[in-house]
Design a protein around this ligand. Structure first.
Ligand code: ADP
Ligand code: MG
Length: 353
């Protein structure tokens, strides 16, 4: 196991800068998820850690050793791809053993490691099959098995669950997390799916346009997003963002929007009249007579909860209720934001206030 230090890392393809100075310190044994919209540079950054892309600037170190110029095979990492990249003409056991055989490992030891990995992954009954004779989930496990047998210092995953159906994805998510709890190998996991990031990570790195927007534990990002991008990217349905004007009085700060005053917790470094964005998550809106007026547009029950899309002024607001209410479209209700859960951002910079 090892820590991974990413310092001022840049990557350009020709004149296009796709990674624009990234600093992340991944601790020994940590499970870190790189998340962000498609095209933000997650795979490029991961491939630079793996040694599959050159580094245009900055430094990458794995376990105190700068690896910028080391070929992939000398980095002691194992990577699992979205495509699995299994050898179709090799049986499961041979797929898993291949990298070790290449390194001329002792055949007894190879067999032992394949057996143990198959046991961990529930693949023992399938060792004699070819990849085409396996389900998507089983192929995914073989790809992981290939990484496990190498007993690397770091696991690198690039969207390994994207090809699976929704149910299997949730199951594999749990399996990979369990595997990490068992092996405790330092892991960097790339996904565009914020739910995957939230449920699996010790720490999340949110990226946009080749730069890091915020790094933190899942619930820290959820509770204290540092800017509007992270506020809307993490959480589903997304945080409601309402443009308004800050109003300061001697005793309190609030945001005025569409003739209503929206409450804020504690003191805020904000000027009276400042143009701001008020953020409130859908589950932090309660029905209350002294709330702001909203007109019900669409009611979407999921069973466990009900999402209600409403209009407040010209703004669409989503509320989530765990109790069942008889809403009808066109009806006006009153929503009170939970003061302690409200977020405030500067409209010009998008930064948290
Ligand atoms: P992500 O994995 O977050 O979807 P990528 O790291 O694959 O994003 O890509 C980041 C950006 O770099 C994209 O705009 C992509 O088009 C560009 N890119 C990736 N690989 C190459 C390449 N080999 N040559 C030129 N541009 C590339
Ligand atoms: Mg990618």
């Amino acid at each position: 196991m090892a820590q991974v230090a990413i310092r001022g890392v840049r990557k350009s393809f020709g004149t296009v800068d796709v990674i624009r100075g990234v600093d992340v310190d991944i601790m020994d044994g940590e499970f870190v998820v790189l998340v962000g919209p498609s095209g933000c540079g997650k795979s490029t950054l991961l491939r630079m850690i793996a040694g599959l892309e050159t580094v245009s600037g900055g430094q990458i170190a794995i376990g105190n050793r700068v690896v910028n110029h080391l070929p992939p095979k000398d980095r002691d990492i194992a990577m699992v791809f979205q495509s699995y990249a299994l050898y179709p003409h090799m049986k499961v056991a041979d797929n898993m053993a291949f990298a070790l055989k290449l390194k001329r490992a002792d055949p007894k030891q190879v067999e032992e490691r394949v057996r143990t990995a198959a046991e961990i992954l529930g693949l023992t009954p399938y060792l004699d099959r070819y990849p085409r004779q396996l389900s998507g989930g089983q192929r995914q496990r073989v790809a992981m098995g290939r990484a496990i047998v190498r007993d690397p210092q770091v696991f690198l995953f690039d969207e390994p669950l994207s090809n699976l159906d929704a149910k299997l994805r949730v199951q594999m998510r749990t399996e990979i997390k369990e595997l990490h709890q068992r092996l405790k190998t330092t892991t960097v996991f790339v996904t565009h799916d914020q739910v995957e990031a939230m449920t699996m990570a010790d720490r999340i790195v949110v990226m946009q346009d080749g730069a890091v927007e915020q790094v933190g534990a899942p619930l820290d990002l959820y509770d204290r997003p540092q800017n509007l991008f992270v506020a809307t990217f993490i959480g589903s349905p997304a945080m409601n963002l309402i443009h308004g004007t800050a109003r300061r009085s001697a005793s309190a700060v609030a945001v005025e929007a569409f003739g209503s005053l929206l409450p804020l917790p504690g003191p805020h470094a904000v000027d009276d009249g400042q143009q701001v964005v008020y953020g409130i998550r859908p589950e932090h809106l309660d029905l209350a007579d002294d709330g702001f007026p909203a007109t019900v547009a669409v009611v979407e029950p999921t069973g466990a909860e009900t999402q209600v899309v409403m209009r407040f002024g010209d703004k669409e607001v989503v509320a989530v209720f765990h109790d069942r209410h008889a809403f009808t479209p066109g009806q006006t209700v009153h929503l009170r934001p939970r003061r302690e859960q409200a977020h405030l951002f500067d409209r010009a910079s998008g930064k948290r206030l």
